[in-house]
Design a protein around this ligand. Structure first.
Ligand code: SAH
Ligand code: SF4
Ligand code: F3S
Length: 493
């Protein structure tokens, strides 16, 4: 009987990719994927520690599988990723039936650890001991051993893939657990990355998203050869079959001109930068140890927009950080008004044990104040998102069609007979675009004339004559798009 594995993933793109790699490795050992926990022989939870809410999500998922374990005592339950690295004791206390706890640097060993649990029925723990050089070696080894074992069924779509170019983080923002859950910052050798991209493109992948916690700090040195992110992108840009290159997430201090020139000049590079500012107040930024001021950030933004005309920019904010007065918060309000981001992800500060902020500063902003500030900042951002999206009406944009729109299927049902679906994809400036078309457009780049906008979505008509690289003739030319569901762009956490 083939063994079945069930997996749930919380967290950032790094975790989505890790889950893909773990499933890829397990498939090589004969496992198949199931979406039913009751049918599974192995149940995995790939976890995130960035905010308390993310951790609670995992604990409630673990609560739910307790019954699975009662019904099937042979099932192997594993907790993977950032929480496994940070909170082994807590996991063992709150979910003693967990069979294995595997940190971010040990994921390559998951198949062996499952076998060990089966053979011994002893709980298995595999985590890094700290941010040591040994940790670096472990991770370097796991790059080589498991990055090639990718699993297309776990990707956002079959033609889009994440590629890790950097692991870990050395910035140590005082609120953040990532430097301890992911270890020291390391840039992967460019040749490994280029090979991986080539493999992905051979498998039919059209868009790669290069990921790193501070992706624009990427630098690889070998002898006297230095590769920056701009060089890395240039080195993969001309791969035949590759249509789009994205990169996330950027650190404001490392937004260099060479990178901005690459974004402007290389046609496959998406004209979109995610550059989290976190706060508009210099004192808060200092306590966060972000190493820049609000005016530095605004200058960086102006330079990016000057060097890459039409570039879309999005940001992250934390509200209610330790000691954030009403006056400091108003500075974030001013910044968000002025910056005109396409969108922002806004988070209420969540104190994380082990961080410098938890050690040094009191988490002194009451929950209701954090909530109000979150709503206030979001309201201003939403106005800007509305204006940003409205400004696209009348333009024709290139969309890589990802699939049926999540909210569109019901409303389109009456037209299914005609083979028309509501489809969605993203423009080169990262706008979500919804339009009607046929299934055959999925996975292709089409041109869409934008005729309407909500704060988070553009609506339009596909110009089927202009489909790039596919034989889609004999379709009616223009479909109208009467349905306007709102789709929100949310982070996974
Ligand atoms: N490496 C990326 C993102 C890290 S986590 C970067 O530096 O930009 C994603 C976002 O979560 C951060 O940008 C920050 O806004 C938020 N975040 C991180 N730690 C947090 C905490 N303790 N409480 C609330 N939000 C947090
Ligand atoms: Fe966390 Fe700061 Fe590193 Fe981002 S740059 S992962 S916020 S420590
Ligand atoms: Fe990502 Fe969460 Fe870990 S944001 S790096 S999965 S703590």
């Amino acid at each position: 009987m083939p063994q079945k594995v069930y997996i749930e993933t919380v967290g950032c793109q790094m975790n989505v990719l890790d889950s893909e790699l773990v499933i890829g490795a397990l498939r090589k050992h004969g496992y198949s994927l199931t979406d039913s926990p009751n049918e599974a022989d192995v149940l995995l939870f790939n976890t995130c520690s960035v905010r308390e809410h993310a951790e609670e999500k995992t604990f409630s998922a673990l609560g739910r599988v307790r019954n699975v374990k009662r019904a099937n005592p042979d099932a192997v339950i594993g907790v993977l990723g950032c929480m496994a690295q940070k909170d082994q004791e807590l996991i063992r206390k709150r979910a003693p039936y967990v069979d294995m706890i595997v940190g971010t640097g040990q994921l390559g060993a998951v198949p062996q650890l499952v076998e060990k649990v089966r053979a011994t029925r002893e709980p298995q723990l595999a985590v890094s001991l700290g941010r040591t050089d040994a940790g670096r070696d472990e991770v370097e080894a796991s790059f080589v051993s498991y990055d090639p074992a990718r699993d297309p069924s776990m990707r956002p779509t079959p033609f889009q893939a994440y590629v890790r170019i950097q692991i870990g983080c050395d910035k140590f923002c005082t609120y953040c657990v990532v430097p301890s859950t992911r270890g020291p910052e390391q840039s992967r050798p460019p040749v490994h990355i280029w090979n991986e991209v080539r493999q992905l493109v051979d498998q039919g992948c059209k868009e790669v998203t290069l990921i790193g916690q501070t992706v624009n700090s990427y630098i690889h040195e070998s002898g006297d050869k230095r590769t920056r992110l701009s060089d890395l992108i240039a080195g993969m840009h001309d791969s035949p079959g590759l249509e789009r290159i994205k990169f996330v997430t950027n650190y404001p201090k490392d937004m260099t001109d060479d990178l901005l020139h690459a974004v402007r000049e290389l046609p496959k590079v998406v004209k979109y930068l995610h550059v989290p500012v976190q706060s508009g107040c210099d004192e808060v930024l200092k306590r966060m140890k972000r190493n820049y001021t609000a005016s530095y950030y605004m200058d960086m933004l102006a330079r990016s927009r000057e060097l890459v005309p039409g570039v879309s920019v999005s940001s992250d904010f934390i509200v209610g950080f330790c000691g954030e007065t009403e006056e400091s918060f108003q500075k974030s309000m001013d910044l968000v008004r002025e910056a005109k981001f396409k969108n922002s992800f806004i988070f209420k500060y969540s104190e994380r044990s082990g961080t410098k902020a938890a050690e040094r500063f009191a988490d002194d902003i009451p929950e209701d104040v954090k909530k109000r500030r979150n709503n206030d900042l979001l309201a201003v951002q939403n106005e800007n998102s509305r204006a940003d999206h409205r400004a696209q009406v009348g333009k024709v944009v290139e969309v890589l069609v990802e699939g049926p729109s999540r909210l569109g299927s019901k409303t389109s049902r009456d037209r299914e007979g005609a083979g028309i679906l509501q489809l969605t994809g993203r423009s080169m400036a990262d706008h979500i675009v919804v339009f009607d078309g046929t299934e055959r457009l999925i996975g292709h780049t089409v041109r869409v004339a934008i005729n309407d906008a909500s704060p988070f979505t553009l609506y339009g008509n596909v110009l089927t004559d202009e489909v790039v690289g596919a034989d889609l003739s004999r379709e009616p030319h223009v479909y109208t798009s009467p349905v306007r569901p709102d789709r929100f762009s949310l982070p996974l956490v």
